[in-house]
Ligand binder design. Structure first.
Ligand code: ADP
Ligand code: TYD
Length: 208
């Protein structure tokens, strides 16, 4: 793994679990405490990430193996690109908060393809940059779907209850499988925004 001075923390959960909302709040709290914080997300808004979003919206089509491989490529570009890549930000001393990372790939793509293969094609990412902590925001699929339906005009490819249930189960399967080599922490996500934020801050502080 590359040497750097920052801290890389990945946030995981099914769609509608509250990741994006919590990451904005966490950044504010950490900055108020004097930390340099950089928030980012996957799929990225770079070239490969944009192609992925078109596929998720149904504007272009691709088979599931290709989609999984595109996410792996997007992740490598996210880590390595010289402009605003994760390693660069970490070398600059930022705490990097990432909305989804390789556990998302394990949980989503293994609905369609073998999880071990998904882990395999993400090995280089795990080698280059392993999160100091993977925070799983734990919300049941029904609650998450209600939140999505209340708040969005259009839903994406993966946003059905059946899919959310499968993804939720796959997250648990991936955590069990990799428990010995990854730092994973589950946080309850059905609480109020403020209470969830307090729980997240407490676990994040343990790795700062
Ligand atoms: P994600 O990034 O995990 O998909 P979001 O942060 O976009 O989730 O949250 C999905 C929706 O649920 C948003 O409209 C958000 O305002 C709402 N939401 C997030 N956290 C909570 C919470 N703790 N209680 C109620 N609603 C929430
Ligand atoms: P995202 O924009 O984070 O959606 P949301 O804000 O609703 O959580 O991610 C878009 C979709 O991409 C989401 O359904 C999860 C999926 N995804 C994968 O299938 N594989 C991956 O490796 C990643 C990072 C995301």
């Amino acid at each position: 793994m590359e040497q750097h001075t920052g801290r890389f923390i990945a946030f995981e959960g099914i769609d509608g679990s509250g990741k994006s909302t919590q990451l904005v709040m966490l950044k504010q709290q950490l900055e108020a405490a004097g930390y340099k914080v950089y928030n980012t997300f996957e799929p990225t808004d770079n070239q490969i990430g944009s192609l992925i979003r078109d596929i998720l919206k149904g504007k272009q089509s691709a088979d599931q193996l290709t989609i999984a491989a595109l996410f792996a490529a997007d992740r490598l570009h996210h880590i390595l690109n010289a402009e605003d890549g994760l390693l660069k930000k970490l070398q600059e001393g930022f705490i990097v908060l990432c909305d989804r990372y390789y556990f998302s790939s394990y949980a989503y793509h293994s609905v369609y393809v073998d999880m071990d293969w998904v882990i395999e094609i993400n090995k280089k990412s795990a080698e280059l940059l392993q999160p100091a902590l993977n925070v799983f925001i734990d919300v049941d699929p029904e609650t998450a779907m209600q939140r999505i339906q209340q708040n969005r005009v259009d839903t994406e490819l993966y946003e059905t209850l059946d899919m959310q249930q499968k993804v939720y189960m796959n997250y648990q399967r991936a955590f069990d499988k990799l428990n010995h080599q990854e730092h994973i922490c589950k946080v309850p996500g059905h609480l109020s925004l403020a209470d969830t934020a307090t729980e997240i801050l407490a676990v994040v502080k343990t790795v700062l």
